[in-house]
Design a protein around this ligand. Structure first.
Ligand code: NAD
Length: 486
C-alpha cells in the first residue's frame, strides 16, 4: 500500500463508508505550526449535521453485518490494522508534528501504543466471556455481553493517535461500529487513517473518521443514532457531553477528564528515583498530559536536598526543549497560541501566589515554548495549586506528617492519579488506599498500561478505559433466562 499523505498533501476530507468525501458543511479551520508560527492549512474541514447524519447512517447500515462477522475475521482485521499503524507510524507522526509540535519519540510512542491497543483488544475477541448462574431453581441464566451498535470517540489534541488504540480498539473488538472525531487542533493523523482502515479489510461504515471542532462533537453527543460516546478532554466539555447524552437518547458516556495529580515524597524515599519520576511526569509531552504530577509534596527532612536535584532535573529538560525536528529535542512547544497564553497567564498570576523558582515562557524564540516551571507555594487554595494548568508547571510544598499530606493531596476536585515515594511498604500501601484517585503509583507516577483500568474519580471522569473495563464499557449485558422445566 502506498501511503498517500504527507505535509505537502494533507488529508482534508472526512472518511466515511470507506471513502474520502468533502464535508457538506462549508466551514473551514486554519491551523498554524506551533514551532514557528507558519501556516499549515486554512482548509481543515468541520463536519456539520448532514455530515454526522451521513456517517451515522452508514454505521447503522454496517452494524448488523459487523456484529455477525466471524470473530477470527474481526481479529485478523484488527491485527492487520495494528501492523499498518506500526508500518506508517513515521508518516502519521509527521502529520501530528505539524500542529502538535511533538517529537519523533512521542510520535513513535503514540503509534506503537495505538498498535498495541489494537492487538490487546483483538486478543479479547474470543475470550470476552459472559456469565452463567446456578440453575437449581429450574432456570439457566446466561449473561451475554452485546455490542451497543453505533459508538463514537471524541478526543483531545494531546494524544491524537494513541486514543485510537484506547477507544476504537475496544469498540471494534466488541462488535460496535465506531466514528472517531479527532481534535480540531491535531486532526491530520486520524484523517490519514482511511487507507489503513480499508487495507485492513474493515467493511464500509464500520470505522469512520469525522473532522471537526466542538460543534461537531456537540452534534455527535446529541445524536439519536449514536449509542455511546467515549470522551477524553476537559472537565467542562465532559460535563456538557454528559448533559447532551442525557437530553438526547441517554447514550452511554465514558469521560476521561483532567487532573491535578499529587506526588508525595517522604523522607525515607530513594531521592534520585523520586526526582526522576517527578521531573519526567511534568515535562513529558511538555506537561500537556492529563496525569502529569503537577503538585509535589516533599517532607521536611529531605526538602532542600530534593529541591536541589528537582530544579537541576528541570533545568536539564529546559536544555532539550526546542524544535521537535532537531536531533536531541525531548520537549516541544505548547500546541497553539491559546494554550501558550493560558499557561503563561497561570505563570504570571502565580507569582503573586507563590515563589517562582525556575521557568516561564521562553521569549527568545519564535515558537510557543514554555520552559519547565516550578513554583514553591505554601497556599493550598491558590489557583496554581487547584487548577489544571496543562503545561510544564509544577507547584511544590513542604509537609511534615502523613496525615497532613493526605489531607492536602485529596483536597481537590480531581482524582486521576497520585504517587507516593517511600521505602516503607506498609506506609506505601496505606497511602495507596487513602488516595482518592483512579490510579496510584508507588515509587512511580504518571504512567499507564493497556491491560489495567485507566481513569479518574471525582471530576476526573466517569468509567475506565483500557483492560477489561473498556470492553465492558462498549457492551450492554443481556440476561437470557432458559426455562429448564418446560
Ligand atoms: P476539550 O474538552 O477542549 O476538547 C476535547 C474534544 O472535545 C475535542 O475534540 C473538541 O473538539 C471536543 N469538544 C469541544 N467542545 C465540545 C462540545 N461542546 N461537545 C462535544 N465535543 C466538544 O479538551 P482539550 O483542550 O482538547 O484537551 C485538554 C484536556 O483534555 C485537559 O483537561 C486534559 O486533562 C484532558 N485530557 C484527559 C485525559 C484523560 O485520559 N483523563 C487524557 C488527555 C487529555
Amino acid at each position: 500500500m502506498e501511503f498517500p499523505f504527507s505535509p505537502s498533501n494533507l488529508p482534508l476530507q472526512m472518511f466515511v463508508n470507506n471513502e474520502y468525501m468533502d464535508t457538506k458543511n462549508p466551514q473551514k479551520l486554519t491551523l498554524l505550526n506551533p514551532t514557528d508560527g507558519s501556516l499549515v492549512s486554512n482548509e481543515v474541514p468541520v463536519a456539520g449535521q448532514e455530515d454526522v447524519d451521513l456517517a451515522v447512517g452508514f454505521a447503522e447500515k454496517a452494524t448488523r453485518g459487523w456484529k455477525k462477522i466471524a470473530p477470527s475475521e474481526r481479529y485478523q482485521m484488527m491485527m492487520k490494522f495494528a501492523d499498518l499503524l506500526e508500518q506508517y507510524c513515521g508518516q502519521l507522526g509527521e502529520l501530528t508534528r505539524l500542529t502538535l509540535g511533538s517529537t519523533p519519540a512521542f510520535n513513535q510512542f503514540e503509534g506503537s501504543t495505538a498498535a498495541q491497543g489494537m492487538r490487546y483488544n483483538a486478543g479479547w475477541i474470543d475470550k470476552f466471556s459472559g456469565e452463567t448462574y446456578p440453575q437449581d431453581d429450574g432456570f439457566l441464566k446466561i449473561v451475554r455481553n452485546e455490542p451497543l451498535g453505533v459508538t463514537a470517540g471524541i478526543v483531545p489534541w494531546n494524544g491524537p493517535l494513541v486514543t485510537v488504540g484506547l477507544k476504537a480498539a475496544p469498540a471494534l473488538a466488541t462488535g460496535n461500529c465506531f466514528i472517531f472525531k479527532p481534535s480540531e487542533k491535531t486532526p491530520f493523523a486520524a484523517l490519514a487513517l482511511g487507507p489503513l482502515i480499508k487495507a485492513a479489510g474493515f467493511p464500509p461504515g464500520v470505522f469512520q473518521v469525522l473532522p471537526g471542532d466542538g460543534s461537531t462533537g456537540a452534534i455527535m453527543s446529541s445524536h439519536m443514532g449514536i449509542r455511546k460516546i467515549s470522551f477524553t478532554g476537559s472537565c467542562a466539555t465532559g460535563k456538557k457531553i454528559q448533559e447532551m447524552a442525557a437530553k438526547s437518547n441517554l447514550k452511554r458516556v465514558t469521560l476521561e477528564l483532567g487532573g491535578k495529580s499529587p506526588a508525595v515524597i517522604f523522607d525515607d524515599c530513594d531521592i534520585d528515583n523520586a526526582v526522576k519520576w517527578a521531573v519526567d511526569a511534568i515535562t513529558s509531552g511538555s506537561g500537556q498530559t492529563c496525569f502529569a504530577a503537577s503538585r509535589v509534596y516533599v517532607q521536611n527532612g529531605i526538602y532542600d536536598k530534593f529541591m536541589e536535584k528537582y530544579i537541576q532535573g528541570m533545568k536539564i529538560k529546559a536544555e532539550v526543549m526546542g524544535n521537535p525536528e532537531a536531533q536531541g529535542t525531548e520537549l516541544g512547544p505548547m500546541v497553539d497560541r491559546a494554550q501558550y497564553e493560558r499557561v503563561s497567564g497561570f505563570i504570571q498570576r502565580g507569582q503573586a501566589q507563590g515563589k517562582l523558582l525556575i521557568g516561564g515562557p521562553r521569549l527568545s524564540d519564535k515558537g510557543l515554548f514554555i520552559e519547565p516551571t516550578v513554583f514553591e507555594s505554601p497556599d493550598p487554595t491558590s489557583e496554581i495549586h487547584t487548577q489544571e494548568i496543562f503545561g510544564p508547571v509544577s507547584v511544590v510544598s513542604r509537609f511534615s506528617t502523613e496525615e497532613e499530606v493526605m489531607k492536602l493531596s485529596n483536597d481537590t476536585n480531581f482524582g486521576l492519579m497520585a504517587g507516593v515515594f517511600t521505602q516503607d511498604i506498609n506506609k506505601a500501601m496505606r497511602i495507596a488506599s487513602e488516595f482518592d484517585a483512579g490510579m496510584v503509583g508507588i515509587n512511580c507516577i504518571s504512567l499507564m498500561f493497556l491491560n489495567t483500568p485507566f481513569g479518574g474519580t471525582k471530576e476526573s471522569g466517569i468509567g475506565r478505559e483500557c483492560g477489561l473495563s473498556a470492553l465492558k464499557a462498549f457492551t450492554e449485558t443481556k440476561t437470557v433466562m432458559v426455562n429448564l422445566t418446560y
